[in-house]
Design a protein around this ligand. Structure first.
Ligand code: FRU
Length: 457
């Protein structure tokens, strides 16, 4: 069967556009009881192209309602990634105290000159956006790759701040009204982390047992295009924010990765939400334009709460998927060898020693998740057809060093064509896509383990 004909790879609880293309999640903000997700959207083709901001809302972070496109390209260019804030105090003056505005700040990317400037748009019905008449609000002709502004509340200055990718670093700016921005600092990714071109940064406080710490996330383009070894990965740093800039206090020896999977990038948090909730693009630039999903392409990760947990190696981000409690309440024990009734399901596995979880189908395709003494390995080598892209097979295996030894617990959500694994209390999250010829309809658990299963819909 031609993979392009299967056309039913669409996950059930991972956001996908109704049709056509998405990459990064943008402008995520909580307002009036709804989580708003905007997203990089080509409305004409199921591949990257003329980028708009699409829009969807959800009350539970699992089921999304599609809304009309929010922001369209204009004479300054396409609408690249950026953020939204719920301007509760109406600092921008775009709304009123009774009806605070939602303000979007995004990059205008000129497709001819590649010039990138930052612009704003606002909404008081949280549906229609009006572009500010004096756009752009921030430009710097000396910076190449100047994009993806993420605005956040600055508790030191009592003002807005934004962190934005600026080539090999991220810059910090501050503003009282979201319209006039003044630079306050910078952070060079390669100084004590991985070097590369920065994209989609985010900076936010996290409460720990030892007080507030700040996290800086930076999605990175690493490697060299001419050598054909470019990769996109998201690293993070832990430190403080002095009101002007982020300071890395931990100075880790190795880069810290936000997710270990093949398919996770450009993750940022919701503004104005009760906790730090991250959503990433669950795809990989190496093959995203070629995936065999039919009339749409691209998907988001599950929303996950980001906490800092103390490990023997120091503080690390732990991710817990959100909104699954109700579904998990219906969990049933599962036999070691069983037929799978659902194409989307959650599996909670507890085990001792080594173990292997196999998902397979009648075509001999098999996806495996293995826990060995000190590693977790997700292997899609024989999980699906790979010919839709020359580069897909370069990412067959994910191996992650465990934090703990001995007993283990895995939360897995398998959603038609996307596996999200949260191991070791979320310290090891991994998102991996698969495109099997037929749905996996069989489960085999090898080793000393027990599991419960629940349908996901
Ligand atoms: C990251 C990114 C952003 C940019 C957007 C364009 O995936 O390259 O830096 O704003 O995608 O679609």
């Amino acid at each position: 069967m031609n993979l392009q004909e299967r056309h039913n790879y669409r996950p059930k609880v991972h956001f996908t556009p109704l049709s056509m293309w998405t990459n990064d999640p943008n402008g995520m903000v909580y307002a009036d009881g709804m989580y708003h997700l905007f997203y990089q959207h080509n409305t004409e083709e199921a591949r990257w192209g003329d980028i708009h901001w699409g829009h969807a809302i959800s009350a539970d972070l699992l089921h999304w309602q599609h809304l009309p496109v929010a922001i369209c390209p204009d004479e300054l260019g396409m609408i690249f990634s950026g953020s939204c804030v719920f301007d509760a105090l109406n600092t921008s003056g775009f709304g009123t105290a009774e009806r605070p505005p939602m303000v979007a700040i995004y990059t205008n990317h000129d497709p001819d000159t590649k010039k990138e400037v930052q612009s704003i748009a606002y909404s008081t019905d949280y549906l229609h956006f009006i572009k500010y008449e004096n756009n752009p609000v921030l430009e710097d002709s000396n910076i190449k790759d100047f994009r993806d502004p993420k605005a956040f509340w600055n508790p030191v200055r009592n003002s807005w701040s934004l962190v934005i990718a600026a080539g090999d670093r991220v810059n910090f700016y501050s503003s009282k009204n979201l319209k006039e921005w003044e630079q306050t600092g910078e952070f060079i990714a390669g100084e004590n982390g991985l070097k590369g071109i920065c994209e989609c940064p985010d900076c936010f406080p996290v409460q720990t047992g030892e007080g507030t710490k700040w996290v800086l996330i930076i999605s990175m383009i690493i490697g060299d295009e001419t050598k054909g070894n470019v990769e996109h990965k998201t690293q993070y740093f832990i430190g403080t924010f002095d009101g002007d800039k982020f300071i890395d206090t931990e100075k880790e020896k190795e880069p810290l990765w936000l997710n270990y999977g093949t398919d996770y990038y450009a993750a940022v948090t919701f503004q104005n939400a009760e906790s730090n909730i991250l959503v990433g693009w669950a795809d990989n630039w190496a093959y995203a334009n070629e995936t065999p999903t039919g009339k749409y392409r691209g998907q988001m990760s599950l929303a996950a709460k980001a906490d800092l947990k103390k490990t023997s190696a120091g503080y690390r981000i732990a991710l817990s998927p959100m909104g699954l409690e109700k579904l998990m309440a219906g969990s049933l024990p599962v036999e070691k060898e069983s037929n799978l009734e659902w194409e989307s399901f959650g599996l909670t596995v507890t085990g001792k020693g080594s173990g292997k979880i196999n998902l397979h189908n009648g075509c001999g395709e098999k996806l495996t998740i293995e826990v060995s003494g000190d590693e977790i390995i997700i292997d899609r080598t024989n999980a699906d057809e790979k010919d839709f892209s020359a580069r897909y097979a370069m990412f067959n295996k994910v191996s992650v060093k465990r934090y703990q030894k001995g007993d283990y617990r895995l939360e897995m959500i398998f959603d038609v064509s996307l596996l999200e694994l949260f191991a070791e209390e979320g310290l090891i999250p991994a998102a991996v896509s698969v495109y099997p010829k037929e749905p996996y309809n069989h489960l085999l658990l090898e080793g000393d383990m027990e599991a419960v299963i629940y349908p996901v819909k």
